[in-house]
Design a protein around this ligand. Structure first.
Ligand SMILES: [Zn+2]
Length: 92
């Protein structure tokens, strides 16, 4: 008896998940501005928006896209930038 009720409960949970998945819109939609990078720069993934001058210290102008002087970087590229510039006190 205990097993049966558990199995039913499990099935219900699964159905709920399926319903959810059909409604949820993928949140990964901010592409990293570095052109040869395929990662996403969404905030919940650790992405950052960095001033173009900082990005220019690591990448060439032709290697990234900027929006109003800001460059969206994924977590990976942000770490590269931080490592390359090593003056994190100057900017956040
Ligand atoms: Zn990237």
């Amino acid at each position: 008896m205990g097993f049966k009720s558990r199995a039913r409960k499990f099935k219900k949970t699964k159905d709920d998940d399926d319903e959810k998945n059909s409604v949820i819109v993928p949140e990964n939609e901010v592409k990293c501005a570095i052109k040869n990078c395929k990662n996403f720069a969404d905030k919940h993934l650790g992405g950052r928006s960095i001033g173009r001058n900082k990005v220019l210290e690591v990448w060439n102008k032709s290697e990234f896209d900027e929006i109003k002087g800001r460059v969206k970087l994924c977590k990976k590229c942000y770490r590269i930038l931080k490592k390359e510039t090593k003056d994190s006190k100057e900017w956040v």
